[in-house]
Every structure is written in C-alpha cells, then in structure tokens.
Design a protein around this ligand. Structure first.
Ligand code: GDP
Ligand code: GDP
Length: 454
C-alpha cells in the first residue's frame, strides 16, 4: 500500500550528515601501468603504519589516510575505471574527471620513459580546464641519465614535470613536499576521517533466524551508533561489535519489524532484501539448515552475487540438524550452490549461540577478499606465468593470447584482459581459479572482462 511505501521511504531517508573534520584530498590519476599503485604504496609506506582502507563515496575509488611532514591528508587512489565501448582513452579521462571532482589537488602520473601518449594528452587537456592545482609526476626516472626524457613532458601544458621513481623512491620526497604546497589546509570535500566499518546485510527468508542472530551478536556488547568515529547517525542501521571489530549492520529495523501478516509482505521483504544488499559490502546469507534449500534462498544468494557483494553463507539452526540432514545438505550444496563455492560457509545456532564466534573471521576474510586490489605490474607477471605454463588451446588454427591485463575495480574485483582473440569460457574459469589460488579473493565474486585487440 501507499502507506507501507511511505514508511519504507521515510526509513531510508538519511538524516543530515554532521559536519566533519575535512582533510584535503590528493588524487592520483593516470593511465594503467604508469606506476600509480607503486607511488601510492610508497607514499603510504613512508609512515610505516598499517594502511586501513577507507572506502569512499563510490566503490571504484579508494581513499587512504596519509601523512607527510606532519600533515594529514587523504590519498585518493583512482585505480578503477570502467573500460567501455569507447575504449581506454575515454575510460581513463572519465575516471580522471570524476576524481578531480572529489579532490583538492591532483598528481597526474605519466611514464617518462614512454613519454606523453594520446591518452595522456587528452587527460592533460581536461586537467588544464579543471581549475584545481595539478602536478605532473614524471615517473620511472630511475637514474639521472633519464632526466632528458622529462623535459618533453612540458608538452602536457601543466607546468614543470617532476621527475620521480616510485619504484626506488628517487625524488618521491620532493614530489610530496611539492604536493603539500599546493594542497589547501582544509579539504573542500567532506570525507569521514576514521576508518569505516564494513557494512553487512543480514539477509534470508522469513523465519531463518535473522532477529535471533542479531540479538545473539548484540548480546551485551551493543554499542551506540554514533560512538564510532566517522559514522553518521542513521536510525535503520546498527553498529555491532564482533570481536574487536565494529560492523555496520544495515537495515536492522527491517529485521526487527515483522511484516509476515500484511498483504504484499513478500514483495516488501524482497524489496528490503535487495536494498539492504545494495547498501552493504557483504551479504551474510542466513539459511535454515534444518529445512531443504528453497528457491527463495537461492534467489537471495544470486542477488548478492549479481550485486557484486562479498558473501558469507551461514547455516543456522544447526542444533536441529541430524546426520541424515547433514548428508542431504552436502548434496544440496553441490547441486544448488556450487557457483558460490568460494564463499565461506559456517554452521551455527543462533538459539544456543553455538559457533557464532566463527562469524568474525568469516566476515574479516570476506571483506579483505572483496577489497583486494592487485597492482598492474604484479597482475601481468602472474598472467605471463599462467600463459607460459598453460597456454590457451588452439582454436581454428589460432591461439588467443593475453596481451595485457589490469584490475579496473575493487569492491568487487573486476579485471579487464586485452587479448588477441576470444577466450574460451573454460579458460576464463581457469584464470579465475588461478587468481583465487594466488591472491585469495575469499568470499567475493570476481568479474573478468575481455577486450579483443586486432
Ligand atoms: P598502475 O597501473 O599505474 O597502478 O601501475 P603499477 O604501479 O602497477 O606499475 C606498473 C609497472 O611499472 C610495475 O611493473 C612497476 O613495478 C613499474 N614501475 C612503477 N614505478 C616505476 C619506476 O619508478 N621505475 C620503474 N623502472 N618501474 C616502475
Ligand atoms: P527471522 O524471521 O529470520 O528474523 O527469524 P527469527 O529470528 O524470528 O526466528 C524464527 C524462529 O526460529 C524463532 O522461533 C526462533 O526461536 C527460531 N530459531 C532461530 N534460530 C534458531 C536456532 O539456531 N535453532 C533453533 N532450534 N531455532 C531457532
């Protein structure tokens, strides 16, 4: 009914965000393979601290708290761009444009050995017009003998290019000094200043035990939402301490309010489920292990995969599961849930709290997997070895090769491979399997796109 609709809308309408300490944001932009990840790691490594991910407003850009010469700022890593039909140039420019909107100053990384490419020129033209301070980092200048390469980068029209070797550290301190000079004291973009807790959607069909589990987890360690730095007050979510880590459970109001009896309840329940999944980093899918796996269970799992969320599968009501049911469950899994074989599965009883302490580890591993980003250099070394050991089978006298690959997204991981021909689905699955063996990617879907180059 309209009333239900209004109720739902009201609940999802967030309260105004309180003013936060605003740190200036320095964005790192540039083509793939110019050394952005290497540079970001070097800047973050300077302070020898554990790096905590701070997912930003959009998921394809990652913000890291950084510090140099006693000043705090946010480093915006723009590793992710979507390579669409328009190709690499457009994708890189669009991504650069988007990060410029979110930044107070920009480091434009160019490969000094390669020189300014057409893509670089296109990005440079955009940056000239953006009205924000820009520094050109002429990267891969590992020795003084390469300094003449740098001068040609004046052609970008963005002032003096700054020679640096992100790999060896040469010039990186000078580059940072220079960046701090152009970075304002306070940021124009409001960003949360503390690490953000991972967001969990606790989902599952009615009666699987969602509210029971929520209560078991809250126990006595319930914390007030706004006690966690950087979170905004939001009545529909709750922060739950699991072990030492705060997690933000989205739409706990929806778990608490039962709508079993009203008409259209199923529709609203599934609407809530999709919204909760959209809001979250991880979908914790609760199943009633004492009952056969239903179509609705499967639909929820598929929804989470399609939305690109991390997934943890929790078999609840294990206290009711006997040995026969265990065997049956194993068969159901093999038949119906093989496509999420990478997800952590845990058996618990919300009622007796048996094994609920295993949730912490499963969530942590899944969030790590979901956020993993592999630097272009490492990825290509991996792909090279993979192809040498297991080349693609010959098809119609041709043998497709991977020319270059790059991870265009984290959260969830998405790769684009540039190839000389279409890859067999079986070979793609093989690549995915090897990626998982090599880098973990626990609990996260992996997307692999292929672009055939003539
Ligand atoms: P991104 O795609 O822009 O993030 O690039 P990466 O940071 O993954 O670097 C791409 C490749 O360039 C890797 O093989 C790096 O080791 C290499 N690289 C990065 N910085 C330098 C540098 O200063 N000198 C040299 N010689 N190689 C570098
Ligand atoms: P929700 O609709 O998913 O929120 O499910 P509830 O938490 O309301 O649980 C539905 C029913 O299952 C209640 O009667 C719970 O007491 C029961 N239940 C929940 N967890 C367990 C469990 O681990 N074991 C058993 N035996 N019953 C449980």
């Amino acid at each position: 009914s309209d009333e239900d609709r209004a109720l739902l809308a009201a609940e999802y309408d967030p309260e105004p965000v309180p003013p936060e300490k605003t740190l200036p944001v320095l964005a790192v932009v540039g083509r793939p393979n110019v050394g952005k990840s290497t540079l970001v790691n070097r800047v973050l490594g300077q302070r020898q601290a554990v790096v905590q991910d701070m997912p930003g407003v959009t998921r394809d850009r990652v913000r890291y708290p950084a510090e140099w010469a006693g000043r705090d700022f946010i480093l915006l890593d723009t590793g992710g761009w979507e390579i669409g039909v328009d190709g690499l140039d457009e994708a890189v420019s669009r991504q650069a444009e988007a990060s410029v909107d979110d930044a107070d100053a920009i480091v434009f990384v160019v490969d000094a050995v390669v020189g300014a490419t057409d893509t670089d020129m296109q990005v440079a033209r955009m940056l000239q017009r953006c009205g924000k301070p820009v520094i050109v980092a002429a990267n891969k200048v590992d020795s003084a003998s390469q300094l003449p390469d740098v001068a040609s980068l004046w052609s970008l029209g963005l002032g003096e290019p700054f020679p640096v070797s992100a790999l060896h550290g040469r010039g990186s301190g000078d580059l940072l000094d220079r960046c701090l000079k152009i970075l304002p004291e306070r940021g124009s973009v409001s960003v949360p200043t503390g690490p953000q807790p991972g967001r969990v959607a606790l989902v599952g069909r009615p009666n699987v035990g969602k509210s029971s589990l929520l209560n078991a987890l809250l126990g006595e360690e319930r914390v007030v939402v706004d006690a966690v730095a950087g979170t905004t007050r939001d009545p529909v979510d709750e922060t739950v301490m699991i072990g030492q880590t705060p997690w933000r459970f989205v739409d706990t109001a929806g778990i608490r309010r039962k709508m079993h009896k009203s008409r259209g309840a199923d529709f609203y329940a599934s609407l809530r489920t999709s919204r909760a999944i959209e809001e979250a980093d991880i979908a914790m899918v609760l199943l009633d292990a004492s009952q056969p796996l239903s179509e609705q269970d499967q639909r929820i799992v598929s929804q989470a995969v399609e939305a690109g969320r991390g997934i943890v599968i929790v078999n609840n009501k294990w206290d009711l599961v006997d040995e026969d049911r265990q065997d049956e469950l194993a068969r159901e899994y093999e038949r119906e849930l093989a496509h999420v074989g990478w997800a952590r599965r845990i058996n618990i009883s919300a009622k007796t709290t048996w094994h609920t302490n295993r949730i912490e580890r499963a969530l942590n591993e899944t969030l790590d997997g979901w956020r993993t980003r592999i630097p272009t250099g490492r990825l290509n070394a991996f792909l090279g070895q993979l192809m040498a050991a297991n080349p693609h089978p010959v098809r119609g006298g041709k043998q497709p090769r991977i020319l270059f690959g790059t991870q265009v997204h984290a959260c969830p991981p998405r790769f684009v491979l540039f190839t000389t021909g279409f890859l067999d689905p079986g070979y793609r699955r093989f690549i995915e399997r090897r990626l998982r063996e090599e880098y973990g990617f626990v609990g996260t879907p992996i997307q692999i796109g292929v672009r055939v180059r003539e």
